[in-house]
Write a protein that binds this ligand. Structure first.
Ligand code: SF4
Length: 382
């Protein structure tokens, strides 16, 4: 029987770099994009195998919607030629507002893309400008309704909280306006001020203040951020969304199958610059330097065979991100050892502290545990 596989395809191009972004993405010429697509297609065809059944395909970035329709179609055709893709596979493309047209959206539908993930980030033009985004809120609305007209009935909208100068009231307003559009899925992450970004120059000091427990100048304080997180759950629950992962909310049955696969450690194969894979108990990535990638797009780096202990740790700290938690039965099936034996002390400590709960064969974070999830997960690194 074929085994499950997810495919991720990285498109590293963006119209312009956002001030907070540390992803592997950059602007590029049309020629450079074309060379990249050629290499990508070659790699997909070379790696193809009938040994797996592909359940999901995710084109992420970067801004995959910057590619021409013909290029996107070629990549997906290569996937279909090289792999057995389920007829009802979830096929997602990430798109930034301002890069979609009626023609492009219709072409996506025709090539079998059935899920659209839109990077809105904020409903405030002031905040969008501050983030360095290329679009306004109106650009997003235009693209969103055009996508609905093109037949997309599975749309995710990304929002970002804890922005400089943002209040909890601003954030609530953004959530309400987004929920009123009734997308099937909302991802709500908080801004992380990453090193080596323009934001770090501006707000790095603030980040340090926050880490020392002091009041920041531009960024929302710890208390305000916690409130934003609580408001997210409250507002989106009232609007009919269910939180299924620390930062992800969906209407019933509309969770992102692809991302759920990551948290459940379904094998995945990543194509494209720097794309990560988990396959046959090994983690590896494609090379991250463009020249090397174009020459040998299938070359791997950072390849490691995971030990049993590492697999156990991953099962815990990825699985606990899901509100459903980790199944004790599944853990035993995978490792031949009960969860409470493998992690006796941390499990007991976290249950006693009220940060984890154990119910009907599942172990999961409590509401309080979600607030300090990094701390809880760190306890399970043996
Ligand atoms: S659009 Fe996304 S990937 Fe591109 S620069 Fe902005 S945040 Fe980074």
């Amino acid at each position: 029987m074929e085994r499950d596989l997810e495919i991720y395809i990285h498109i590293p191009f963006c119209a312009r770099k956002c001030g907070y972004c540390d992803f592997l993405s950059f602007p590029a010429s049309e020629e450079a994009k074309e060379r990249y697509v050629r290499a990508l297609v070659r790699d997909i065809l070379d790696e193809g195998t009938p040994a797996y059944a592909v359940r999901t395909v995710f084109m992420g970035g970067g801004t995959p919607s910057l590619l021409r329709e013909g290029q996107t179609a070629e990549i997906l055709e290569a996937v279909h030629r090289a792999f057995q893709v389920d007829r009802d596979a979830e096929v997602t493309i990430e798109a930034n507002p301002g890069t979609l047209t009626k023609e492009k959206l219709r072409a996506y539908r025709q090539m079998g893309i059935n899920r659209l993930s839109m990077g809105l980030q904020s409903v405030s033009d002031r905040e969008l400008k501050l983030l360095g985004r290329i679009h306004t809120y109106q650009d997003f609305l235009d693209n969103y309704w055009e996508a609905r007209r093109a037949g997309f009935d599975n749309i995710n909208v990304d929002l970002m909280s804890a922005l400089p100068g943002q209040t909890a009231a601003d954030w609530r307003e953004g959530l309400r306006r987004t929920a009123a559009l009734e997308p099937e899925h909302i991802s709500a992450y908080s801004l992380i001020v990453e090193e080596h970004t323009p934001f770090y120059e501006r707000y790095g000091r603030d980040r340090e203040r926050l880490e020392r427990g002091e009041e920041p100048v531009f960024l929302p304080g710890e208390e305000e951020e916690r409130r934003m997180y609580a408001d997210t759950l409250e507002i989106l629950s009232q609007a009919g969304y269910r939180r299924y992962e620390i930062s992800n909310y969906a209407r019933p049955g509309r969770e992102c199958r692809h991302n759920k696969g990551y948290w459940k450690r379904t094998p995945y194969l990543g194509f494209g610059l720097g794309a990560a894979s988990l396959l046959e108990g090994r983690r590896f990535r494609r090379v991250q330097e463009m020249g090397a990638f174009l020459e040998r797009p299938g070359a791997r780096e950072e390849e490691t065979a995971l030990s049993r202990q590492e697999e156990m740790e991953e099962t815990l700290f990825l699985g606990l991100r899901l509100t459903k938690g980790v199944s004790e039965e599944e853990f035993f099936r995978l490792f031949g050892e009960p969860l409470d034996k493998a992690y006796e002390k941390p499990l007991e400590d976290m249950l006693r502290a009220g940060l984890l709960e154990r119910r009907e064969g599942w172990v999961r974070l409590t509401r309080r545990g979600i607030d300090v999830s990094n701390y809880v997960m760190a306890q399970f690194l043996l």
